[in-house]
Design a protein around this ligand. Structure first.
Ligand SMILES: NC(=O)c1ccc[n+]([C@@H]2O[C@H](COP(=O)([O-])OP(=O)(O)OC[C@H]3O[C@@H](n4cnc5c(N)ncnc54)[C@H](O)[C@@H]3O)[C@@H](O)[C@H]2O)c1
Length: 250
């Protein structure tokens, strides 16, 4: 797909990988609908996009709820008249306290954000793209999908689900002209690490991994580039691509 002139809806675009991908897609000529639960972060991304001359808008939407998913697709339709690219990127880890002290409420929340959010976002994308003859969906998995981390089994389980869900969606290329692929990042330098702890500092178990990986922690632009590669390559569907230059965190 040629990105110039296309419309992209990106979840979790108020920070980190979602923001970096928004900026890179805008530089390639796309208009961006920024979706996030964090209004301040989302509006900051829109400001950065507009400062580069891109068309952009923000919608406050919780990807974990059917209503949040309906709201963000309604927003992109009302604002830009449709959508060609959907990046289901919003995701969270359980954070402290460590498994198995994780609360039932937190398990429910993380599973719904990371897994239901991607599944509902993909379904809604396929429906929205039908009027435009097709499009591209990218999901964010993680190397935690394939590398067991005993500290975050809920997170690993949700990301394994995202990876398999993506593979199962390969056929949508033939049936609906929608290519669904996933990036599977290693550790990336974003706010994500900090949120594994008390919201201010990373969880104790993550600190040695951060120290060990050090400079090899990827910038979010490395993941954004992989997302753009998926969008441009019309042959790819149902692929999960690992993007890392480090050993997995344990
Ligand atoms: N940073 C890493 O090391 C790393 C590694 C592998 C995978 N990932 C995945 O990359 C994705 C992006 O993470 P990031 O590193 O940019 O983290 P981040 O914390 O910087 O950004 C995540 C964004 O998602 C938003 N979000 C959270 N819950 C939401 C909800 N219910 N609805 C809508 N938005 C919501 C947050 O407000 C935030 O703006 C996540 O799926 C994460 O699991 C991150």
């Amino acid at each position: 797909m040629d990105i110039a002139g296309k419309i992209a809806l990106i979840t979790g675009a108020g920070s980190g990988i979602g923001r970096a991908t928004s900026l890179m897609l805008a530089d390639a000529g796309a208009s961006i609908m920024v979706a996030d639960v964090d209004e301040a972060g989302g509006r900051e991304t829109v400001k950065a996009l507009e400062a580069r001359g891109a068309k952009a808008a923000f919608v406050k939407a919780d990807v974990a709820t059917p209503q949040g998913v309906r709201d963000m697709f309604r927003a992109v339709e009302d604002t830009f008249g449709g959508v060609d690219i959907v990046y289901n990127n919003a995701g969270v880890s359980c954070g402290n306290p460590n498994w198995p002290a994780t609360s039932l409420d937190r398990i429910f929340e993380v599973v719904n954000i990371n897994t239901s959010g991607v599944m509902m976002g993909t379904k809604a994308a396929v429906e929205a793209m039908a009027t435009r003859g097709g499009g591209v969906v990218i999901n964010t998995a993680s190397i935690a999908a394939d590398n067991p981390n005993p500290n975050e089994p809920i997170y690993g389980g949700t990301k394994a689900a995202v990876a398999m869900f993506t593979r199962c969606c390969a056929r949508l290329k033939d049936t609906h002209n929608v290519r669904v692929n996933a990036v599977s990042p290693g550790m990336v330098r974003t706010e994500f690490q900090r949120k594994t702890g008390d919201g201010v500092a990373p969880a104790d178990w993550l600190v040695p991994a951060i120290d060990r990986i050090g400079e090899a922690i990827l910038p979010p632009e490395a993941i954004a580039q992989a997302v753009l590669d998926f969008i441009r390559d019309d042959s790819l569907a149902g692929e999960v691509r690992v993007v890392t230059n480090q050993l997995p965190a344990r």
